[in-house]
Design a protein around this ligand. Structure first.
Ligand SMILES: Cc1cc2nc3c(=O)[nH]c(=O)nc-3n(C[C@H](O)[C@H](O)[C@H](O)COP(=O)(O)OP(=O)(O)OC[C@H]3O[C@@H](n4cnc5c(N)ncnc54)[C@H](O)[C@@H]3O)c2cc1C
Ligand SMILES: NC(=O)c1ccc[n+]([C@@H]2O[C@H](COP(=O)([O-])OP(=O)(O)OC[C@H]3O[C@@H](n4cnc5c(N)ncnc54)[C@H](OP(=O)(O)O)[C@@H]3O)[C@@H](O)[C@H]2O)c1
Length: 444
């Protein structure tokens, strides 16, 4: 942070939203301190995007490096913020930061509260995604993936998880379980091309025939759904394992069945129909049930924000000021306490922290930039800085008893990982433990 800056902002979280927000703040004259839970920056761009999309990941990594190279931007990785974190959100105000922009993504897991969710073999997609993308501590955890898996949800995360289950875990059978029908799938055609070779097309056409009366009752054409899958199949990549992949529609999970050892032995689902309500197609349970013969259940139904961050929550998101002082594109980027007990007027939210599980990196980038614009408008109403928040932050971090990773150290980590990749003859290498990363940076 350069000394003559008028305003200093703490950005919490270094995913795409936080990094592009920091750039917007810095080019407009503010000093920025980024605090990030993970040692490395990038968030889900580093630890979510499927590992084989290396060209995309490398392109984003290069952009993130450029952003962090700006003098007005400081980076402190390996530091978590929250009620049980290394630093409390309110501390940043006390240190003298004039605004706090929260871009921590959606780190909470959304569970349905079903019997059996605690069984061995039941996982939330985000944790598995972090595991196969080598993010500590998920990289160190054991995921008991069996032979027959059900993946709940019909979005792109479902697609990535099926990709992993087929090509890496090489399970025998994968069922995807969608509560609505073939016309309400959320995944992109392009993403499905990677896994479609495993899809049992005959079974899929039969499944579409099964749900066809419900589709027709809503004016949907089952033939269009079949055509869509045929067109994906025509462009599909070759199979990477013998996995048999089946899609199940109009089914909502109701219970996970376990054996006497606490292991999954089945997923009970309720059959649904579809109804049109306020112009939206909604699933309605029919009160009839069936059991899928699976030993693994993965919920890919989106994420919620982290309730431990210290901000009030509304639904699966942080509460936002319904009448924003600084709306951008009609959106509120301002944190809010619906009970009116806390003054949060200097706290802003952007990216998946503002709208959980919404959109690709490009959307997070735009949202981070817009969040920064709202912060800049707020800063314009504030007097110039009369404190040195960065010094206060550094003193506070010193007392943590663990290293905060500065951007100057990240180069050493990247070089060590690059050398390791060359040694092993792989395209990309990541250390699985924080301790290893700290050690190669000379921080432990
Ligand atoms: C499985 C998966 C695959 C995806 N694949 C693609 C794809 O192929 N292409 C594409 O364009 N988009 C993809 N996306 C979407 C994309 O990753 C997101 O749009 C984007 O990463 C959201 O950015 P964000 O900065 O809001 O949050 P995140 O990327 O989640 O970043 C949050 C950051 O906050 C930090 N943080 C979290 N909690 C704290 C805390 N308490 N204190 C301090 N720091 C904290 C984290 O360390 C992280 O760095 C994918 C998403 C998922 C889930
Ligand atoms: N490769 C990629 O490009 C890639 C990869 C991963 C993620 N992403 C992006 O990241 C974002 C999040 O993806 P996502 O897949 O997590 O979310 P998503 O696209 O919103 O899909 C979530 C799925 O879960 C279902 N679901 C939600 N709540 C449910 C419940 N209570 N019971 C049963 N099913 C439920 C939804 O069904 P309904 O439709 O009925 O609500 C939907 O099928 C998206 O923007 C996605 O495009 C991109």
């Amino acid at each position: 942070m350069v000394d003559n800056l008028q305003h200093q902002v703490a950005v919490i979280g270094a995913g795409p939203a936080g990094l592009y927000a920091a750039r917007e703040l810095a080019v407009n004259g503010a000093g920025v301190a980024i605090i990030n839970r993970d040692i490395k920056p990038g968030g889900l761009a580093e630890y979510g995007i499927y590992p084989d999309k290396l060209k995309m990941k490398d392109g984003l990594r290069a952009q993130f490096r450029q952003i962090l190279a700006q003098e007005a931007i400081k980076y402190f990785g390996n530091v978590s913020v929250g009620t049980h974190g290394d630093l409390h959100l309110n501390e940043f105000r006390d240190m003298g930061f004039q605004a706090i922009l929260v871009t921590v993504g959606a780190q909470g897991t959304k569970w349905l509260g079903l019997p059996g969710e605690q069984l061995t073999g039941v996982y939330h997609a985000k944790n598995l995604v972090y595991h196969y993308n080598n993010l500590p501590p998920f990289s160190e955890q054991n995921f008991a993936i069996g032979c027959r898996a059900a993946v709940v949800g019909a979005g792109n995360v479902m697609g990535d998880v099926v990709h992993y289950l087929t090509c890496e875990a090489k399970v025998n059978e994968v069922y995807t379980v969608a509560r609505r029908g073939p016309a309400e799938i959320k995944f992109d055609k392009k993403e499905m091309e990677v896994i479609v070779a495993h899809l049992d097309m005959a079974a899929l056409e039969k499944e579409i025939d099964r749900v066809a009366p419900v589709m027709r009752s809503l004016g949907q054409d089952p033939e269009i759904a079949k055509e869509l899958f045929r067109s994906i199949f025509a462009k599909g990549l070759p199979a990477c394992a013998d996995t048999h992949f089946v899609m199940d529609f109009l089914a909502s999970p109701t219970r996970i069945l376990g054996d006497e050892n606490g292991k999954v032995i089945g997923l009970e689902v309720e059959n649904n129909t579809l109804v049109l309500e306020d112009g939206q197609v909604k699933a309605r349970g029919l009160g009839t049930y069936r059991v899928l013969d699976v030993d693994t259940v993965i919920f890919a139904i989106g994420d919620a924000v982290d309730s431990g961050l210290g901000l009030p929550i509304a639904g699966s998101e942080f509460a936002k000021n319904p009448s924003p002082r600084f709306p951008i594109d009609g959106n509120s980027y301002e944190a809010n306490d619906p009970k009116g007990e806390q003054d949060l007027s200097d706290i802003f939210v952007a990216g998946w922290a503002r709208k959980a599980s919404t959109g690709l990196v490009g959307i997070a980038r735009r949202d981070g930039t817009n969040g920064a614009k709202a912060v800049l408008q707020f800063l314009a109403t504030r007097p110039a800085i009369d404190d040195n928040p960065l010094k206060n932050l550094e003193k506070r971090l010193h007392r943590l008893g663990k290293p905060a990773v500065a951007k100057e150290c990240l180069g050493r980590l990247l070089e060590a990982e690059h050398q390791k990749a060359l040694q092993l003859g792989v395209d990309d290498f990541k250390f699985l433990h924080n301790q290893e990363m700290l050690s190669v940076m000379g921080l432990s």
